[in-house]
Design a protein around this ligand. Structure first.
Ligand code: NAD
Ligand code: WQD
Length: 338
Protein backbone atom coordinates (compact mmCIF):
# COMPACT_ATOMS: atom_id res chain seq x y z
CA UNK A 1 0.00 0.00 0.00
CA UNK A 2 1.02 3.61 -0.36
CA UNK A 3 0.72 4.93 3.19
CA UNK A 4 0.79 8.56 4.26
CA UNK A 5 2.31 8.93 7.73
CA UNK A 6 1.51 12.26 9.34
CA UNK A 7 3.99 13.18 12.08
CA UNK A 8 6.32 10.54 10.65
CA UNK A 9 9.43 12.43 11.80
CA UNK A 10 8.32 12.24 15.44
CA UNK A 11 9.02 9.64 18.09
CA UNK A 12 6.39 6.97 17.41
CA UNK A 13 5.95 7.93 13.75
CA UNK A 14 9.63 7.42 12.92
CA UNK A 15 9.68 3.91 14.38
CA UNK A 16 6.50 3.06 12.52
CA UNK A 17 7.91 4.37 9.22
CA UNK A 18 10.83 1.92 9.51
CA UNK A 19 8.49 -1.01 10.06
CA UNK A 20 6.09 0.04 7.28
CA UNK A 21 8.94 0.22 4.76
CA UNK A 22 10.31 -3.11 5.98
CA UNK A 23 6.86 -4.63 5.40
CA UNK A 24 6.99 -3.47 1.78
CA UNK A 25 4.78 -0.39 1.94
CA UNK A 26 5.46 2.74 -0.05
CA UNK A 27 5.67 5.43 2.66
CA UNK A 28 5.19 9.19 2.34
CA UNK A 29 5.71 11.42 5.39
CA UNK A 30 4.23 14.80 6.19
CA UNK A 31 5.62 16.65 9.21
CA UNK A 32 6.01 20.34 10.01
CA UNK A 33 9.02 19.64 12.26
CA UNK A 34 7.46 21.57 15.15
CA UNK A 35 8.59 18.74 17.45
CA UNK A 36 11.16 16.91 15.34
CA UNK A 37 14.47 17.68 13.70
CA UNK A 38 15.14 17.22 9.99
CA UNK A 39 18.26 15.20 10.89
CA UNK A 40 15.98 12.28 11.72
CA UNK A 41 15.34 11.86 7.97
CA UNK A 42 18.83 10.62 6.92
CA UNK A 43 18.77 8.26 9.88
CA UNK A 44 15.45 6.85 8.71
CA UNK A 45 16.87 6.50 5.22
CA UNK A 46 19.85 4.59 6.61
CA UNK A 47 17.49 2.22 8.42
CA UNK A 48 15.11 1.75 5.51
CA UNK A 49 17.84 1.55 2.89
CA UNK A 50 16.43 4.12 0.50
CA UNK A 51 15.20 7.65 0.03
CA UNK A 52 12.15 8.72 2.03
CA UNK A 53 9.60 11.11 0.58
CA UNK A 54 9.03 13.83 3.20
CA UNK A 55 6.74 16.84 2.84
CA UNK A 56 7.48 19.59 5.34
CA UNK A 57 4.26 21.49 5.95
CA UNK A 58 1.60 22.09 8.55
CA UNK A 59 -1.38 19.77 8.14
CA UNK A 60 -3.71 22.45 9.44
CA UNK A 61 -3.04 24.19 6.12
CA UNK A 62 -6.02 22.84 4.19
CA UNK A 63 -4.75 23.92 0.79
CA UNK A 64 -1.40 22.18 1.18
CA UNK A 65 -3.01 19.04 2.57
CA UNK A 66 -5.49 19.03 -0.30
CA UNK A 67 -2.76 19.48 -2.93
CA UNK A 68 -0.72 16.58 -1.52
CA UNK A 69 -3.76 14.34 -2.02
CA UNK A 70 -4.29 15.77 -5.52
CA UNK A 71 -0.71 14.89 -6.47
CA UNK A 72 -0.48 11.46 -4.85
CA UNK A 73 -2.92 8.59 -4.41
CA UNK A 74 -2.87 7.03 -0.92
CA UNK A 75 -4.34 3.69 0.16
CA UNK A 76 -4.16 4.49 3.87
CA UNK A 77 -3.12 7.14 6.39
CA UNK A 78 -1.50 6.73 9.80
CA UNK A 79 -2.16 9.96 11.66
CA UNK A 80 0.38 10.75 14.39
CA UNK A 81 0.75 14.51 13.86
CA UNK A 82 -0.35 16.69 16.75
CA UNK A 83 0.72 18.35 19.96
CA UNK A 84 1.10 15.98 22.90
CA UNK A 85 2.36 17.59 26.11
CA UNK A 86 -0.31 17.35 28.80
CA UNK A 87 1.04 20.19 30.98
CA UNK A 88 1.61 22.52 28.05
CA UNK A 89 -1.95 21.91 26.89
CA UNK A 90 -3.21 23.43 30.13
CA UNK A 91 -1.10 26.55 29.48
CA UNK A 92 -2.03 27.00 25.82
CA UNK A 93 -5.31 25.11 25.31
CA UNK A 94 -6.31 26.95 22.13
CA UNK A 95 -3.09 25.89 20.41
CA UNK A 96 -3.87 22.29 21.28
CA UNK A 97 -7.50 22.32 20.21
CA UNK A 98 -6.65 24.17 17.01
CA UNK A 99 -3.64 22.09 15.97
CA UNK A 100 -5.00 18.67 16.84
CA UNK A 101 -8.53 19.23 15.56
CA UNK A 102 -7.77 21.36 12.48
CA UNK A 103 -5.07 18.98 11.28
CA UNK A 104 -7.52 16.10 11.56
CA UNK A 105 -10.27 18.05 9.78
CA UNK A 106 -7.96 18.97 6.89
CA UNK A 107 -6.72 15.42 6.61
CA UNK A 108 -10.10 13.71 6.73
CA UNK A 109 -11.62 16.16 4.24
CA UNK A 110 -8.79 15.47 1.79
CA UNK A 111 -9.11 11.72 2.35
CA UNK A 112 -12.85 11.82 1.66
CA UNK A 113 -12.44 13.94 -1.42
CA UNK A 114 -9.77 11.66 -2.89
CA UNK A 115 -11.32 8.31 -1.99
CA UNK A 116 -8.90 7.24 0.73
CA UNK A 117 -10.93 5.62 3.50
CA UNK A 118 -8.42 3.72 5.63
CA UNK A 119 -7.18 5.63 8.67
CA UNK A 120 -5.20 4.68 11.77
CA UNK A 121 -5.39 7.34 14.48
CA UNK A 122 -3.07 7.87 17.49
CA UNK A 123 -5.37 8.03 20.46
CA UNK A 124 -4.31 7.61 24.05
CA UNK A 125 -5.15 5.88 27.31
CA UNK A 126 -5.73 9.40 28.61
CA UNK A 127 -9.27 9.10 27.15
CA UNK A 128 -10.14 6.81 30.08
CA UNK A 129 -10.01 9.83 32.42
CA UNK A 130 -9.04 9.63 36.08
CA UNK A 131 -11.52 7.19 37.60
CA UNK A 132 -11.28 4.24 35.26
CA UNK A 133 -10.89 0.79 36.83
CA UNK A 134 -7.82 -1.26 35.85
CA UNK A 135 -7.21 -3.11 33.64
CA UNK A 136 -8.78 -0.60 31.25
CA UNK A 137 -11.08 -1.99 28.58
CA UNK A 138 -12.05 -0.29 25.35
CA UNK A 139 -15.74 -0.15 26.30
CA UNK A 140 -15.17 2.14 29.30
CA UNK A 141 -16.69 5.61 28.99
CA UNK A 142 -14.29 8.30 27.81
CA UNK A 143 -13.42 11.60 29.46
CA UNK A 144 -10.29 13.66 30.02
CA UNK A 145 -8.40 15.74 32.55
CA UNK A 146 -6.50 18.07 30.22
CA UNK A 147 -7.10 19.95 26.98
CA UNK A 148 -4.71 17.48 25.31
CA UNK A 149 -6.84 14.58 26.52
CA UNK A 150 -10.01 16.28 25.35
CA UNK A 151 -8.57 16.66 21.84
CA UNK A 152 -8.23 12.86 21.73
CA UNK A 153 -11.77 12.32 23.05
CA UNK A 154 -13.12 14.84 20.52
CA UNK A 155 -11.20 13.48 17.55
CA UNK A 156 -12.37 9.95 18.33
CA UNK A 157 -15.96 11.27 18.28
CA UNK A 158 -15.42 13.21 15.05
CA UNK A 159 -14.06 10.08 13.38
CA UNK A 160 -16.98 7.95 14.61
CA UNK A 161 -19.41 10.49 13.18
CA UNK A 162 -17.56 10.78 9.87
CA UNK A 163 -17.49 6.99 9.53
CA UNK A 164 -21.29 6.92 9.63
CA UNK A 165 -21.46 8.97 6.44
CA UNK A 166 -19.76 6.51 4.07
CA UNK A 167 -19.68 2.73 4.26
CA UNK A 168 -16.16 2.63 2.86
CA UNK A 169 -14.55 4.09 5.99
CA UNK A 170 -12.31 1.77 8.02
CA UNK A 171 -10.85 3.61 11.01
CA UNK A 172 -8.66 2.34 13.84
CA UNK A 173 -8.58 4.27 17.10
CA UNK A 174 -5.40 3.07 18.80
CA UNK A 175 -5.21 3.92 22.47
CA UNK A 176 -1.56 3.87 23.47
CA UNK A 177 -0.52 3.43 27.07
CA UNK A 178 3.03 4.65 27.94
CA UNK A 179 5.34 4.35 24.91
CA UNK A 180 9.05 4.13 25.78
CA UNK A 181 12.28 2.69 24.41
CA UNK A 182 13.93 3.13 21.05
CA UNK A 183 14.95 1.30 17.89
CA UNK A 184 17.53 -1.40 18.68
CA UNK A 185 20.09 0.34 16.44
CA UNK A 186 20.23 3.28 18.87
CA UNK A 187 20.00 5.69 15.92
CA UNK A 188 16.40 6.85 16.39
CA UNK A 189 14.54 7.50 19.63
CA UNK A 190 12.60 10.04 21.64
CA UNK A 191 14.17 13.52 21.70
CA UNK A 192 12.12 15.74 23.99
CA UNK A 193 12.91 19.44 23.91
CA UNK A 194 13.84 20.94 27.27
CA UNK A 195 13.45 19.03 30.51
CA UNK A 196 11.46 15.84 29.88
CA UNK A 197 8.03 15.56 31.51
CA UNK A 198 7.84 11.80 31.12
CA UNK A 199 9.52 9.30 33.38
CA UNK A 200 11.67 7.23 31.03
CA UNK A 201 13.40 10.08 29.17
CA UNK A 202 13.91 11.83 32.50
CA UNK A 203 15.66 8.78 33.98
CA UNK A 204 17.73 8.41 30.80
CA UNK A 205 18.95 11.98 31.15
CA UNK A 206 19.87 11.38 34.79
CA UNK A 207 21.82 8.30 33.66
CA UNK A 208 23.73 10.26 31.03
CA UNK A 209 24.49 13.07 33.51
CA UNK A 210 22.30 15.79 32.02
CA UNK A 211 19.98 15.91 35.05
CA UNK A 212 21.03 15.53 38.68
CA UNK A 213 18.42 13.14 40.06
CA UNK A 214 14.97 11.69 39.54
CA UNK A 215 12.14 13.11 41.58
CA UNK A 216 9.67 10.32 42.29
CA UNK A 217 6.22 11.84 42.45
CA UNK A 218 4.66 10.19 45.49
CA UNK A 219 5.26 6.91 47.35
CA UNK A 220 1.96 6.81 49.20
CA UNK A 221 -0.19 5.28 46.45
CA UNK A 222 -2.13 2.10 47.04
CA UNK A 223 0.39 0.00 45.08
CA UNK A 224 2.90 -2.66 46.23
CA UNK A 225 5.81 -0.21 46.66
CA UNK A 226 3.71 2.95 47.03
CA UNK A 227 4.79 4.47 43.70
CA UNK A 228 2.40 4.81 40.76
CA UNK A 229 2.08 2.07 38.18
CA UNK A 230 1.89 2.45 34.41
CA UNK A 231 1.72 0.19 31.38
CA UNK A 232 5.02 0.91 29.60
CA UNK A 233 5.09 -0.38 26.05
CA UNK A 234 8.14 -0.61 23.82
CA UNK A 235 7.82 1.76 20.85
CA UNK A 236 8.74 -1.11 18.51
CA UNK A 237 5.83 -3.19 19.82
CA UNK A 238 3.63 -0.14 19.42
CA UNK A 239 4.80 0.36 15.82
CA UNK A 240 4.04 -3.29 15.11
CA UNK A 241 0.52 -2.70 16.45
CA UNK A 242 0.01 -0.08 13.71
CA UNK A 243 0.96 -2.54 10.99
CA UNK A 244 -1.39 -5.12 12.46
CA UNK A 245 -4.20 -2.55 12.60
CA UNK A 246 -3.62 -1.46 8.99
CA UNK A 247 -3.82 -5.06 7.84
CA UNK A 248 -6.93 -5.73 9.88
CA UNK A 249 -8.69 -2.68 8.43
CA UNK A 250 -8.47 -4.42 5.05
CA UNK A 251 -10.62 -7.33 6.20
CA UNK A 252 -13.04 -6.03 8.84
CA UNK A 253 -16.66 -5.00 8.29
CA UNK A 254 -16.54 -2.61 11.24
CA UNK A 255 -16.15 0.99 10.19
CA UNK A 256 -14.51 2.05 13.46
CA UNK A 257 -12.42 -0.25 15.64
CA UNK A 258 -10.91 0.73 18.97
CA UNK A 259 -7.89 -1.11 20.28
CA UNK A 260 -5.77 -0.64 23.39
CA UNK A 261 -2.06 -0.97 22.70
CA UNK A 262 -0.41 -1.90 25.97
CA UNK A 263 1.25 -4.88 27.61
CA UNK A 264 -1.44 -5.40 30.25
CA UNK A 265 1.18 -5.10 32.99
CA UNK A 266 1.68 -2.30 35.47
CA UNK A 267 5.24 -1.33 36.43
CA UNK A 268 5.95 1.07 39.29
CA UNK A 269 8.18 4.15 39.12
CA UNK A 270 10.79 2.48 41.34
CA UNK A 271 10.69 -0.70 39.26
CA UNK A 272 11.40 1.35 36.13
CA UNK A 273 14.24 3.13 37.91
CA UNK A 274 15.82 -0.16 39.02
CA UNK A 275 15.43 -1.71 35.57
CA UNK A 276 17.18 1.32 34.11
CA UNK A 277 19.99 1.02 36.68
CA UNK A 278 20.52 -2.56 35.51
CA UNK A 279 20.59 -1.39 31.88
CA UNK A 280 23.12 1.40 32.42
CA UNK A 281 25.15 -0.43 35.02
CA UNK A 282 25.04 2.04 37.89
CA UNK A 283 22.87 3.35 40.68
CA UNK A 284 20.87 6.45 39.85
CA UNK A 285 20.12 9.16 42.41
CA UNK A 286 16.50 9.86 43.30
CA UNK A 287 14.37 11.48 45.95
CA UNK A 288 10.76 10.98 46.87
CA UNK A 289 8.69 14.16 46.54
CA UNK A 290 4.96 14.87 46.66
CA UNK A 291 2.43 13.52 44.18
CA UNK A 292 2.14 15.28 40.81
CA UNK A 293 -1.24 16.94 40.35
CA UNK A 294 -3.57 14.91 38.16
CA UNK A 295 -1.66 11.59 38.46
CA UNK A 296 -3.54 8.39 39.15
CA UNK A 297 -2.27 5.40 41.14
CA UNK A 298 -2.45 2.81 38.38
CA UNK A 299 -3.06 2.72 34.66
CA UNK A 300 -2.72 -0.42 32.60
CA UNK A 301 -4.48 -1.93 29.64
CA UNK A 302 -6.64 -4.91 29.07
CA UNK A 303 -4.98 -5.67 25.71
CA UNK A 304 -7.07 -8.78 24.98
CA UNK A 305 -9.11 -7.22 22.17
CA UNK A 306 -5.98 -6.29 20.20
CA UNK A 307 -4.56 -9.72 20.91
CA UNK A 308 -7.56 -11.59 19.59
CA UNK A 309 -8.60 -9.29 16.73
CA UNK A 310 -5.19 -8.14 15.52
CA UNK A 311 -3.16 -11.20 16.42
CA UNK A 312 -0.78 -8.72 18.00
CA UNK A 313 0.80 -8.65 21.41
CA UNK A 314 3.62 -6.71 23.02
CA UNK A 315 6.63 -8.97 23.51
CA UNK A 316 9.36 -6.72 24.86
CA UNK A 317 10.00 -6.49 28.60
CA UNK A 318 10.75 -3.48 30.77
CA UNK A 319 14.40 -4.63 30.69
CA UNK A 320 14.35 -4.49 26.86
CA UNK A 321 12.74 -1.03 26.99
CA UNK A 322 15.42 0.32 29.34
CA UNK A 323 18.29 -1.29 27.41
CA UNK A 324 17.10 0.24 24.13
CA UNK A 325 16.36 3.62 25.68
CA UNK A 326 19.84 3.63 27.19
CA UNK A 327 21.53 2.67 23.89
CA UNK A 328 19.82 5.60 22.18
CA UNK A 329 20.53 8.06 25.04
CA UNK A 330 24.18 7.06 25.43
CA UNK A 331 24.87 7.35 21.70
CA UNK A 332 22.91 10.62 21.40
CA UNK A 333 23.25 12.48 24.71
CA UNK A 334 22.04 15.69 23.06
CA UNK A 335 19.35 14.01 20.96
CA UNK A 336 19.32 14.54 17.21
CA UNK A 337 21.88 17.02 15.89
CA UNK A 338 20.59 20.36 14.54
P1 NAD B 1 5.95 13.61 18.56
O1 NAD B 1 5.77 15.02 18.96
O2 NAD B 1 7.33 13.03 18.64
O3 NAD B 1 5.43 13.39 17.05
C1 NAD B 1 4.42 14.18 16.48
C2 NAD B 1 4.96 14.72 15.18
O4 NAD B 1 3.94 15.50 14.54
C3 NAD B 1 6.18 15.63 15.38
O5 NAD B 1 7.22 15.21 14.52
C4 NAD B 1 5.66 17.03 14.99
O6 NAD B 1 6.67 17.81 14.39
C5 NAD B 1 4.52 16.69 14.05
N1 NAD B 1 3.45 17.68 14.01
C6 NAD B 1 2.84 18.28 15.06
N2 NAD B 1 1.87 19.12 14.62
C7 NAD B 1 1.87 19.04 13.26
C8 NAD B 1 1.11 19.67 12.24
N3 NAD B 1 0.15 20.55 12.53
N4 NAD B 1 1.39 19.36 10.95
C9 NAD B 1 2.36 18.47 10.64
N5 NAD B 1 3.12 17.85 11.57
C10 NAD B 1 2.86 18.12 12.87
O7 NAD B 1 4.92 12.72 19.40
P2 NAD B 1 4.82 11.14 19.55
O8 NAD B 1 5.18 10.79 20.94
O9 NAD B 1 5.48 10.46 18.44
O10 NAD B 1 3.24 10.98 19.43
C11 NAD B 1 2.62 10.71 18.21
C12 NAD B 1 1.12 10.68 18.43
O11 NAD B 1 0.80 9.71 19.42
C13 NAD B 1 0.53 12.00 18.92
O12 NAD B 1 -0.72 12.19 18.30
C14 NAD B 1 0.37 11.76 20.40
O13 NAD B 1 -0.67 12.54 20.93
C15 NAD B 1 0.01 10.30 20.45
N6 NAD B 1 0.34 9.66 21.72
C16 NAD B 1 1.60 9.78 22.22
C17 NAD B 1 1.90 9.20 23.46
C18 NAD B 1 3.26 9.34 24.08
O14 NAD B 1 3.40 9.18 25.27
N7 NAD B 1 4.31 9.62 23.31
C19 NAD B 1 0.91 8.50 24.15
C20 NAD B 1 -0.37 8.39 23.60
C21 NAD B 1 -0.64 8.99 22.38
C1 WQD C 1 4.77 8.01 34.56
C2 WQD C 1 4.88 7.87 36.07
C3 WQD C 1 4.61 9.92 37.28
C4 WQD C 1 8.20 11.89 35.83
C5 WQD C 1 1.68 10.70 30.10
C6 WQD C 1 0.43 11.37 29.61
C7 WQD C 1 -0.43 10.40 28.86
C8 WQD C 1 0.34 9.72 27.74
C9 WQD C 1 1.65 9.16 28.22
C10 WQD C 1 -0.07 10.92 25.68
C11 WQD C 1 3.83 8.69 36.83
C12 WQD C 1 6.00 9.36 37.47
C13 WQD C 1 7.20 10.97 36.05
C14 WQD C 1 9.11 12.21 36.89
C15 WQD C 1 7.94 10.64 38.30
N1 WQD C 1 0.68 10.63 26.69
N2 WQD C 1 7.07 10.35 37.26
N3 WQD C 1 8.93 11.56 38.09
O1 WQD C 1 1.69 10.68 33.24
O2 WQD C 1 1.47 8.17 32.94
O3 WQD C 1 1.32 9.64 30.97
O4 WQD C 1 2.38 10.15 28.97
O5 WQD C 1 -1.17 10.57 25.40
O6 WQD C 1 -1.52 11.10 28.37
O7 WQD C 1 -0.27 11.89 30.73
O8 WQD C 1 3.50 9.34 32.04
O9 WQD C 1 5.94 9.27 32.02
O10 WQD C 1 4.78 11.40 32.77
O11 WQD C 1 4.71 9.40 34.23
O12 WQD C 1 7.83 10.08 39.39
O13 WQD C 1 10.01 13.05 36.76
O14 WQD C 1 6.15 8.39 36.48
O15 WQD C 1 4.13 10.48 38.46
O16 WQD C 1 3.44 7.94 37.94
P1 WQD C 1 1.93 9.49 32.42
P2 WQD C 1 4.79 9.92 32.72
Amino acid sequence: MRVLVTGGAGYIGSHTVVQLVAAGHDVVVVDNFSNAKPTVVPRLEALTGGPLEVHAFDLTDRDKTESLFSERQFDAVVHFAGLKAVGESVEIPLEYYQTNLDSTFALVRAMQRHGCFRLVFSSSATVYGEHAPVPMREDLPTSATSPYGWTKVMIEQVLRDVAKTDERWRIALLRYFNPVGAHASGTIGEDPSGIPNNLMPFIAQVAVGKLDKLRVFGNDYDTPDGTAMRDYIHVEDLAAGHLAALTRLGSTDERVSTWNLGTGQGTSVLEVLHAFEAACGRELPYEIVGRRAGDIAASYADPSRAQSELGWRATRTIEDMCADQWRWQEANPLGYPD
